[in-house]
Design a protein. Sequence first.
Length: 136
Amino acid sequence: MAVNLSLSAATVRMIAEKARAASASVPDSYEDGHEGNVNFDPDAATLQVLPEGLAEEAHDDYLDEELVELMSDLNIDESAELVAITWIGRGDYDAADFAEAVLQAKERATGSAKPYLLGLPHFPDHLENGLNELGV
């Protein structure tokens, strides 16, 4: 099922590649014998935005400037599509429900999708899987 995107498939693939490269540069912070503290946020599946700068400060040291710039330049429609592609790649929606996923992404958005997306485990994999599911 091929869909028409506002965002080019090449741009989505570039974001996935840069996110993968950036995540590879994040050091493992676990000490031997310690798995670290994991806090569960039940609202993590929604597009919530931390106060300006907080999420970015935590990631800017590790993220490629081009990735941050690419994602910052997305308009509302493109951001919603990127989130929808991610959700489809993660299995939250089927490819046939792309329009519904985009609508949900727009309705849940309270600001930039960048902190939400960059904080998702396996974000680049979900993007690539989503594109494949959509036949793009």
